[in-house]
Design a protein around this ligand. Structure first.
Ligand code: SF4
Ligand code: SF4
Length: 379
């Protein structure tokens, strides 16, 4: 099915984590090989961003300079919250992207990661109006935005900015019913507004390729030869209203595996949907704190602590890795740390799940605010 007048295959090449040379810099020769395998399979969509170091340059060398311009699509993004101080900075970001990519238009241009306190920067410099203008000028074919936030934020953005033609959302079987991302609700909102979705994080940064043991076992029992990464992609390919599904690929082998998975994809059966339901349940029982992210506690916390976010971080640690938990904790406590807790106990009174919030927050502080920890970025 085509969207926005574009017939785009449902596997897109996420170019955030490209192979690196030992001496530093992107391994362009390997990227060329990866691109060739991808294009030979009839796949055409490349996703990058100003923020992905070396990625726009790699696309120019591996794609733009080697294939006819009408044989592929490029999506790139700019983040007004990342250093923009004027509309001139927004213009400069766009011009630099075009120049680095070596193109005179991009197919898809996105406001990068709206939500939380970041949206105000896109408003302040009217980046929304800027992208509309670029579309009128024919320098962008389609305009949209990306976000990792909840469905209310998505709905408000689509109401406020009806010119947005598509959205890029974090969707995967694990986040489908999860409080922090609300993948299912976000997909429903996008469909309600008639806006197709580019799915990102279908394998959740690679973590669903190697899920907790109990979850891996469920997939292995259902189909011994199908790796969990393929289960993750198939869940997204099966969804309606999807423009494409991005998979961040870092090696030639990953491209080959994804291409093979894509070729053999068949719509999911009821029995397979039950496998996902069992995996979601197993994933949920791998949680350390049974927080439902209702945020009742946060409404009464005098210190403005993101308690639900802190527990999401603790659960990421138990479901995936310490590193993921630590990164998420840092992200969720930018405004108030767990250690700002004054132990007033109001949150404990408010929690319908009977969680001893004070105790659990203190445990999280002990885990993630240890001064000897090395800082981490997204994994
Ligand atoms: S005990 Fe701590 S976390 Fe709970 S409401 Fe009071 S300050 Fe907030
Ligand atoms: S009230 Fe309880 S369940 Fe709700 S967000 Fe707070 S800790 Fe989680």
């Amino acid at each position: 099915m085509s969207y926005l007048g574009e017939d785009i295959p449902k596997l897109g090449f996420g170019m955030m984590r490209l192979p690196q040379l030992e001496e530093g810099g992107t391994d362009i020769e390997q990227v060329k090989e990866m691109v060739d395998v991808f294009m030979a399979a009839g796949l055409t969509y490349f996703d990058t961003a100003r923020a992905y170091e070396g990625s726009e340059d790699a696309i120019r060398q591996a794609v733009v300079e080697r294939y006819p311009r009408d044989s592929f699509q490029i999506a790139t993004k700019a983040a007004a919250w990342a250093g923009a101080k004027s509309i001139e900075d927004i213009e400069e970001m766009f011009e630099t992207s075009l120049k680095t990519l070596g193109v005179d238009y991009v197919d898809f241009y996105l406001l990068h990661n709206i939500g939380n306190d970041r949206t105000q920067f896109f408003d302040k410099y009217d980046m929304w109006g800027f992208v509309e203008k670029q579309k009128e000028l024919g320098r962008v074919k389609h305009i949209g935005f990306s976000m990792h936030d909840v469905s209310d934020v998505l709905e408000k953005a689509l109401q406020d900015h009806p010119s947005m033609e598509f959205v890029q959302l974090q969707v995967n079987w694990s986040d489908w019913n999860a409080g922090g991302v609300q993948a299912r609700e976000c997909m429903e909102v996008a469909q309600k507004y008639g806006v197709p979705v580019v799915i990102m994080e279908p394998v959740r940064g690679g973590t669903l390729a190697d899920p907790p043991h109990g979850v891996a076992e469920i997939f292995a029992n259902a189909t011994p030869k199908m790796p969990p990464a393929e289960w993750a992609l198939r869940f997204c390919w099966n969804l309606p209203n999807v423009l494409t599904v991005l998979s961040g690929m870092s090696t030639l082998e990953q491209v080959q595996q994804n291409v093979e998975s894509y070729k053999r994809f068949q719509p999911l059966t009821d029995a397979e949907m039950e496998v996902y339901a069992a995996a979601q349940e197993a994933m949920a029982t791998a949680v350390a704190v049974p927080c439902t992210s209702c945020k009742y506690c946060m409404k009464v916390c005098p210190m403005g602590i993101n308690i639900a976010g802190i527990f999401a971080a603790v659960n990421r640690k138990s479901q995936f890795s310490f590193r993921q938990g630590q990164f998420w904790y840092g992200f969720m406590t930018r405004e108030a740390k767990g250690s700002d807790c004054i132990k007033c106990g109001q949150c404990v009174m408010a929690c319908p799940q009977h969680i001893n919030v004070v105790e659990e927050v203190a445990k999280a502080v002990e885990l993630f605010e240890d001064p000897s920890l090395e800082p981490v970025g997204p994994s």
